[in-house]
Write a protein that binds this ligand. Sequence first.
Ligand SMILES: O=P(O)(O)OC[C@H]1O[C@H](OP(=O)(O)OP(=O)(O)O)[C@H](O)[C@@H]1O
Ligand code: HPA
Ligand SMILES: [Mg+2]
Length: 178
Amino acid sequence: MKHTLEVMISEQEINQALDTMAEQINRDYAGVDSLLVVGLLKGSVIVMSDLVRRLDGNVQMDFMTASSYGSSTESSGDVKIVMDLAQSIKGRHVLLVEDIIDTGRTLSKVLALLNSREPASLAIASFLDKPTRRVVDVDVKYTGVAIPDEFVVGYGLDYAESYRQLPYIAKVVPSDGE
Ligand SMILES: O=P(O)(O)OC[C@H]1O[C@H](OP(=O)(O)OP(=O)(O)O)[C@H](O)[C@@H]1O
Ligand code: HPA
Ligand SMILES: [Mg+2]
């Protein structure tokens, strides 16, 4: 699809939203020995690295890969766990970090899997939230910015694997010809 990009959330706005998220997380986990922050690849990789550098205390990191969008702008609904965590989460305090919650299908699937492993606690931090698109209800404890129903890229988010590196978040606008 031919398209152009329109900036929706600037780098400065991203940083402000991250500061607020990190303050809330630091407050909530102040009494906890260690926090395992789990990023869902690939989208979360940028927000994960920016968020953990704002966190206090003993923070550990792990990653898993769940994929449903492929090269499309529509979720397939078929969420696959492509790569699992490297460690047990039984008895751990786990914070799952995502770039975006859209239909909620990815997070609900991953949440069910991780909950079955009996963590001490499990909460979700998603930088973006598209609440009007929700198909499955998911309890997201920390969110950065709520956005309207637009397909966005940048700051980890891709369109057919491109644009993840942009330091801002932009809307994908279809242009003439297709
Ligand atoms: O709430 P949902 O409708 O499930 O959409 C959100 C998910 O979709 C994207 O991942 P994608 O499957 O595109 O993989 P990626 O992280 O590698 O881009 C995004 O990173 C979230 O994980
Ligand atoms: O708006 C989006 N952009 C990129 N990837 C996504 N995955 C779910 N929603 C989106
Ligand atoms: Mg994607």
